[in-house]
Design a binder for this molecule. Structure first.
Ligand code: C5P
Length: 472
C-alpha cells in the first residue's frame, strides 16, 4: 500500500489543503482522509463529506447555516488584535448551546498581528480579508457578509476604524461590511489613552452611540507601550463574549415564548427529471411574516418551497420541494402555538412522475394524469391533537375576494384568512406590496395597501393580541 506524507507535498497544495481544513474545522490529516474517502466512495455515500466520527455529530455550525446564532467578528489592526483569537474561542465556548457560529474579517493592519489562517482555524471557517477577491475561493462579497449574521463585533475597534465608521467610509472589506449592514454592531475600542481621549475620537464615539452602535470598554490599565497606563485597554474577551450573549438573547417581544410555524413560497411537483409544475409565488410575504415573528421574540420554524430569498434571521428554515414534503415538515414541526400557511401549494401533482425525460412523439402531446395534493392547511386545522391555537390561511383570489375568502375559511376550518387579489394587474404576486382583506368567522376588514413587511408586522401584532386574549 502506498504511503502519503503531507509534509512532502508542494507548498501551494499544502497551503490550499490547510485553508480547506481550516474552513471545515478539521485537521489537515482529517481533511485529506475526507477527500480520499469522497473520491473512493460511490456518489450517494460520499455526499455528506464527513468523517465516520463526524457522522455521529451534528454538522459544524457555519455562519451561513440557518437556525444558528451568527456573529461576524471584525478584527482591527491594533496590538489588542492578539486577543481576538481568544475572543473567537470564548464566543464559541459560551455560544455552544445556541449553536453559535463565528465568521472573521481581518483588516489589512490586523493581519500584521494575527494571520487569516489562525483566525480561520479557530473560527472553523476561512477568514475574510479582501473587498475585491472575485477569484477567491471564499469570496462571498461584503453584502452577504453584512447580512448573513445576527451581530457584528469589532474587536479591537481602533481609532481609525471608529473614525471611518462614524464618517461612513467604505474603502476596505471591514468598513464596507459595517456600512452595508442592518444588524446590531458592538465595538470594543482599544487604543493608546491619548488617542482615546482625543476630541476627534470622543466626537466619533458620540456619533456612533447616537447611531445606535453599542460599545464595550475600553478598560483602564497597563498599555502595551512600556510605562504607559490609562483608559484604552480592550475589554477582556470574556467580557465581550458576555456582552455578545446578552445582545443575542431574544428580546422580550410580544411573541416571546411562543412557537410559530410558517409555510412560504411555491411547491414544485416533478413531471419528469427535468420538468415540474410550479407557480409564481415569490415567498416574500411568508418570509416577511417569519422575520416579523422572530423579531417579536417567537421561536419560528419556516417551511419553505423553492424560493430565491435569504433565510430570515433567527428563524429555523426547513427547505422542501413538493407538497407532500411540505406536509411532512409541517407535521414534524408541531406542536406550535400558531401556524400560518402562506405557501402557494400546488393543487395537483403528476399521478406518476416519469423516471426518464418524456420525449416528443409524432406530434402527439403526452397525457399527464394528475393526482390531488394533500391540503396542508386543512390537515392541520382539523387535527384532533396538536392543533395550534391559531391556524391562519391565505387566499389568493382573482375575483370576489372577500366572498371567496369567507367560503374558504369555513371549508378549510382555519381561524383567520388573509385574502388578496392576485390578478396580474395588482402586481401582488412577486411584488413588495400587498392589499389584504382580513377575514374571521365574525369579521371582515380591509387593510390598507402597504409593504409586505408592514402586513407581516400588522399580522404579528394581531396574533399577539389574540393569544393574550384581547378581543380584536
Ligand atoms: O385552496 P387554496 O390554495 O386557495 O388555499 C389557500 C390556503 O390553503 C393557503 O393558506 C395555502 O397555504 C393553503 N394550502 C395548503 N395546502 C394545499 C393548498 C393550499 O396548505 N394543498
Amino acid at each position: 500500500m502506498a504511503s502519503l506524507t503531507i509534509r512532502k507535498l508542494e507548498d501551494d497544495l499544502k497551503h490550499r489543503l490547510r485553508l480547506r481544513a481550516a474552513r471545515h474545522g478539521r485537521s489537515v490529516e482529517d481533511e485529506v482522509r475526507t477527500i480520499l474517502r469522497e473520491v473512493a466512495e460511490p456518489a450517494s455515500e460520499s455526499a455528506p463529506s464527513r468523517t465516520p466520527a463526524d457522522k455521529t455529530k451534528p454538522p459544524r455550525a457555519t455562519a451561513s447555516a440557518p437556525g444558528v446564532a451568527r456573529v461576524l467578528l471584525i478584527v482591527g489592526g491594533g496590538i489588542a488584535a492578539y486577543k481576538s483569537l481568544d475572543l473567537i474561542r470564548r464566543l464559541k465556548e459560551r455560544g455552544k448551546d445556541r449553536n453559535l457560529a463565528v465568521r472573521v474579517v481581518l483588516t489589512k493592519a490586523a493581519q500584521e498581528f494575527v494571520t487569516p489562517l489562525s483566525a480561520g482555524a479557530i473560527a472553523g471557517e476561512a477568514a475574510f480579508t479582501d473587498l475585491f477577491d472575485p477569484a477567491g475561493e471564499f469570496d462571498v462579497g461584503h453584502i452577504r457578509l453584512a447580512r448573513e449574521c445576527d451581530l457584528i463585533v469589532v474587536a479591537p475597534a481602533t481609532a481609525d476604524l471608529m473614525a471611518k465608521l462614524a464618517g461612513g467610509h467604505a474603502n476596505d472589506l471591514a468598513t464596507a461590511v459595517l456600512l452595508a449592514t442592518d444588524k446590531k454592531i458592538l465595538l470594543a475600542p482599544a487604543m493608546n489613552p491619548q488617542m482615546w481621549s482625543n476630541k476627534a475620537t470622543q466626537r466619533n464615539l458620540a456619533q456612533l452611540k447616537a447611531d445606535g452602535i453599542a460599545v464595550i470598554g475600553p478598560n483602564e490599565g497597563e498599555m502595551a507601550e512600556a510605562g504607559e497606563r490609562g483608559l484604552g485597554r480592550m475589554a477582556e474577551p470574556l467580557e465581550i463574549a458576555a456582552a455578545v450573549e446578552a445582545m443575542l438573547k431574544p428580546q422580550t417581544g410580544m411573541l416571546a415564548g411562543k412557537r410559530v410555524l410558517i409555510t412560504s413560497g411555491p411547491t414544485h411537483a416533478p413531471i419528469d427529471p427535468v420538468r415540474y409544475i410550479a407557480n409564481r409565488s415569490s415567498g416574500k410575504q411568508g418570509h416577511a411574516i417569519a422575520a416579523a415573528a422572530a423579531a417579536a421574540g417567537a421561536e419560528v420554524v419556516l417551511v419553505q418551497g423553492p424560493v430565491n430569498l435569504p433565510d430570515p434571521p433567527g428563524v429555523k428554515v426547513v427547505k422542501v420541494q413538493t407538497a407532500r414534503d411540505m406536509l411532512a415538515a409541517v407535521e414534524a414541526a408541531l406542536p406550535t402555538d400558531v401556524a400560518i400557511f402562506a405557501a402557494a401549494v400546488a393543487d395537483w401533482r403528476m399521478a406518476e412522475p416519469q423516471r426518464q425525460k418524456i420525449k416528443k412523439s409524432g406530434g402527439k402531446a403526452p397525457e399527464l394524469p394528475l393526482a390531488e395534493n394533500p391540503d396542508i392547511l386543512v390537515s392541520v386545522a382539523r387535527r384532533k391533537s396538536k392543533r395550534p391555537t391559531l391556524v391562519i390561511g391565505f387566499a389568493a383570489e382573482t375575483e370576489n375576494v372577500t366572498r371567496n375568502a369567507r367560503t374558504k375559511l369555513a371549508a378549510k376550518g382555519c381561524d383567520w384568512i388573509l385574502a388578496n387579489d392576485v390578478s396580474p394587474q395588482t402586481g401582488i404576486m412577486g411584488g413588495d406590496r400587498n392589499t389584504i382583506q382580513f377575514v374571521t368567522a365574525t369579521d371582515a376588514q380591509s387593510w390598507p395597501p402597504q409593504s409586505k413587511d408592514d402586513v407581516a408586522k400588522m399580522l404579528i401584532a394581531r396574533i399577539a393580541a389574540a393569544l393574550a386574549g384581547v378581543k380584536s
